[in-house]
Ligand binder design. Structure first.
Ligand SMILES: Cc1ncc(COP(=O)(O)O)c(C=O)c1O
Length: 371
């Protein structure tokens, strides 16, 4: 059997006609930059998240960078982010000239550790301006604790909800708890575009207006540039595609939860750590991530040999990435992030997996864990 981590053809097929029609409408209208499709998707996405405003942008990385700019984060300012996340969280910080300050992660959830953040904030040497909690794999970081820190230390909070569109922290959607939330619609995300796209959620009207200006070359009225903006608009065809797919998102996320439940039941009792979901968050299982007792390498190799597309998100924590060497971190600085990088591995969890595929995956994982 060959089971890929992501089979978009299976997802697209049942709604292909609707998608084709949405794309055709954009072409018929020749309204290729922003226009009705982007506005409509922004309204629907804001409604879905119970956010006052949603600003469509070019991708999730730019969503973070624009959020930082709009919140007044300037070159040289320090911004806390987890050491264990996708490159773009910290890459966006560095891209505006600010300095990422890494924190370790919680052993159970893989999200940013409150203890580690508190240690950084308590050390008066580092004047931190903002924090970017990442809702890794599709479940929310401990926003209650982080928002308390934000109040105490006057920090801006930008949620990196790239992997968690639709997840909830208590009764609020990921991305709506901080000053703003950045979302990615990279094709492999639970809600994926047919190319790059992203979104910024906020309840702050002035911030939303600033973001709209920043994403569009600093224009409020064409050719009158108020600020140094960028070309970070959401692509109109992507907005049309996303607007169709948004209607199916909850259904797809529920199916992912069922697959996760099946894995949890079938793999319970084995010598591997199952995903831990704290009471304050729901999980949309962008990734179903397990933790091997020692090294993920042997397990991954075995699963690959058996045709199962298991992945490691992420094999190198950010403080050990070459591109961040200039920040001066070293091995051993963030032990939990380093351990996780060696031990985590995913199982395919797309909503379209067949019963036969799920069973095969479970049997194969049991083979390698039991030895
Ligand atoms: C945690 C995280 N942050 C940021 C991004 C960046 O999103 P994009 O690829 O849309 O720029 C991603 C996407 O992979 C992500 O997973």
């Amino acid at each position: 059997m060959n089971i890929s981590a992501l089979d978009l053809k299976r997802q697209i097929e049942p709604i292909r006609n609707e998608l084709d029609l949405a794309i055709k409408n954009v072409i018929d209208n020749t309204s290729f930059i922003l226009g009705d499709s982007v506005r409509r998707f922004e309204e629907n996405a804001a409604r879905y998240c119970c956010a006052k405003y949603a600003v469509g942008v070019s991708n999730g990385t730019d969503a973070i960078a624009l959020s930082l700019l709009a919140l007044g984060i300037a070159p040289g300012d320090r911004v806390i982010c987890p050491a264990f996340t996708y490159y773009a969280t910290a890459g966006a910080v560095a891209s505006i000239g600010a300095q990422p300050v890494f924190a370790d992660i919680d052993r159970d959830t893989y999200n940013i550790s409150l203890k580690s953040v508190e240690k950084i904030l308590a050390s008066k040497k580092l004047k931190v301006k903002a924090i970017i909690p990442v809702h890794l794999y599709g479940q929310c970081a401990d926003m209650g604790g982080l928002l308390e820190f934000a109040r105490k230390y006057k920090l801006k909070v930008i949620e990196d909800a790239a992997q968690a569109f639709g997840a909830q922290y208590r009764r609020k959607k990921a991305g709506t708890l901080g000053d703003c939330g950045a979302v990615s619609f990279y094709p492999g995300k639970n809600l994926g575009a047919f190319g790059d796209a992203g979104l910024i959620l906020t309840d702050n009207k002035a911030l939303a207006e600033k973001l709209k200006i920043l994403r569009n070359q600093g224009n409020k009225n064409k050719y009158y540039h108020m600020v140094l903006g960028r070309n970070n608009r959401m692509d109109t065809i992507q907005a049309a595609v996303l607007d169709v797919k948004l209607k199916y998102l909850d259904q797809w996320n529920n199916k992912r939860r069922l697959v996760a439940q099946y894995y949890n039941n079938q793999l319970a009792g084995l010598n591997i750590k199952l995903p831990f979901v704290p009471e304050f968050t729901t999980h949309i299982y962008h990734q179903y991530t397990l933790r091997a007792p020692k090294s993920n390498k042997v397990i991954i190799d075995y699963l690959h040999a058996k045709g199962i597309d298991s992945r490691v998100f992420y094999p190198v924590p950010l403080h050990l990435q070459k591109c961040f060497k200039y920040l001066g971190y070293k091995r051993g600085d963030f032990p939990e992030a380093e351990k996780a990088a060696k031990q985590v591995f995913t199982l395919p969890i797309s909503p379209e997996l067949s019963e036969e595929e799920k069973e095969y995956i479970v049997v194969t994982v049991k083979e390698i864990i039991h030895g």
